[in-house]
Design a protein around this ligand. Structure first.
Ligand code: 9MG
Length: 260
């Protein structure tokens, strides 16, 4: 059992992805209407997802940002609707403090921040909200992050970044048992960097905090298998199993039933 504040999760826990965006890399536009989002959330919950991660801003390589109002308009009605039909925990995938606050008020139990609470006001919002938070490593910004990412040693550099963010978060007032860490597969990394991180996950553990890995349908799986996005389910399941075997406590996936 994995304990994050008052959340109790099975190990490994499956986090189902619900992108309510018109432009996400894999399912962009499929769930950007509240009715289709709700049906997908219900399916993921009944398939065994421990968490449903709802996001209103695409973070795929090359993506442009959206305004706070646009993100709120996309995610809040969906969080409210999902909250009303299932007890499955909801996480909000955002870097914006205003979205964090409104999402938690609407029923989100967790924050998933690909920018690790580095945006203005985000750390203060997380301290105030006192819900579990996932801190992810990203080199650069989604718009440019895949333009020749370079590391001397990807594993030690990602571990150093995560350690620095844990120190900053704990110093600001976030309890250690609310923190989850994530190497950020595909966020400013080449296929080789991603493979090295996946193979050495345990070296990324800081203060024994749980790890989350998201690799589902990502381009690294295309590079390894030659498959297009809509043919990457088997590789995604295999990669989730490898992540869990190598120490991930939570895997973030599109295909909940198959991963379960
Ligand atoms: C939003 N998002 C897309 N990919 C992700 C990943 O690998 N980890 C986390 N925490 N969030 C992600």
């Amino acid at each position: 059992m994995l304990t994050l504040g008052s959340m109790r999760l099975p190990v490994p826990a499956v986090m189902g992805i619900l992108n309510v965006t018109p432009d996400s890399f894999s399912d962009g536009g499929r769930f950007d209407h509240p009715d289709s989002a709700l049906r997908q959330a219900e399916a993921m919950a009944s398939d065994g997802a421990a968490i449903i991660d709802i996001g209103g801003e695409s973070t795929r390589p090359g993506a442009q940002g959206v305004s706070e109002q646009e993100e709120l308009d996309r995610v809040i009605p969906v969080i409210e609707a999902v909250r009303s039909v299932t007890d499955t925990a909801i996480s909000v995938d955002t870097s914006k403090s205003g979205v964090m606050r409104e999402a938690v008020a609407a029923g989100s139990a967790m924050i998933n921040d690909v920018r690790a609470l580095r945006e203005e006001g985000a750390l203060a919002a997380a301290v105030e909200l006192q819900v579990p938070v996932c801190l992810m490593h990203m080199l650069g910004e989604p718009r440019t992050m895949q333009q020749d990412p370079t590391y001397a040693n990807v594993v030690t550099e990602v571990a150093e970044f995560l350690k620095e963010r844990v120190t900053a978060c704990v110093a600001a007032g976030i309890a250690e048992d609310l923190i989850v860490l994530d190497p950020g597969i595909g966020f400013g990394k080449s296929p080789d960097h991603n493979v090295e991180l996946l193979a050495n996950l345990r070296q990324l553990r800081v203060r024994n905090l749980p790890l989350l890995v998201g690799i589902s349908r990502k381009s690294i799986l295309g590079a390894l298998t030659g498959r297009e996005i809509d043919e990457r389910m088997p590789a995604s399941v295999a990669a989730a199993v490898i992540a869990a075997t190598n120490g991930a406590g939570i895997v973030r996936v599109h295909d909940v039933r198959e991963t379960m």
